[in-house]
Ligand binder design. Sequence first.
Ligand code: SF4
Ligand code: ZN
Ligand code: ZN
Length: 305
Amino acid sequence: MRCRRCGERRGEYERPYAGDVVCGRCLVELVRDRVFREVRRWRWFEPGQRVVVALSGGKDSAVALRLILEYLEPLPEVEVIALTVDEGISGFRDRCLRQAERLVEELEVEWEVVSFEEEYGFRLEDVVEDTEYPACTVCGVLRRRLINAKARELNADVVVTGHNLDDEAQAVLMNFVKADLAQLSKLHPEVKPESESVVPRVKPLRRVPEREVRWVADELNLPYHPDPCPFAESSVRSFFRRLLDELEEELPNAKFGILQALDRAGPLLAEEFLQGEVRACERCGEPASGELCKACEILEALDQR
Ligand code: SF4
Ligand SMILES: [Zn+2]
Ligand SMILES: [Zn+2]
């Protein structure tokens, strides 16, 4: 079958939500256009900015880095720095790091690496057994804190992450089910971080299905580590991932629909539910909903092991 877009090359990639099949080159162009449209829509970048791209060594952040470099190329005096966090997950993150290194060399981007071991004094895999927090909670909260601290140190104006459509739809649904509408509203691109100490995070791939991100990474021959993290299956998120994939089989537009609901309702939810929620953590001064921020709460629990 021929590509529905160019009519020339062989159609290889099926897009059920669009009802078509496209070739590799057209897929890359379609994804690039969608990412660039999203970037312009929310006005994420301007000349003179320092942009930090959180690079994990997986496909998503590889594609995000590659496309954002292309987008930013014509903007004057923009600096891009890739930032990788080594949480300490043997056989996984070390392999991701090697791919990240290949990518930044290929793309000629400045690269910084920070680790849990240096910053917190432990590797993730050495503490997950000793705490009631799920591995992904410890990992996600402490990684976010580290990325923000390093981005601040680097004087970054914005942090780019590789979250794709599937990630965002899962996050919306998870917060919805927990009835955490404040947290849900924070996923909206225009809802500002709760404090000046948080560097704004942007997600250029938020409208690109995960499957297409992988295809684009392969089409562009980007180096990335393809295997999932060994802790991924145990997370609550993986349940929502399966649920949404099943839903999508019946309703090909389901994930886009969920994102659109967020885009429409996010600011309203923020106005209604985010008010007065922010306090400063007693220990580190970062935004917190109780006395301690989530990161300090986790670090304290780990200290008491
Ligand atoms: S799957 Fe969980 S433990 Fe693994 S890198 Fe992601 S957040 Fe961390
Ligand atoms: Zn084509
Ligand atoms: Zn704190």
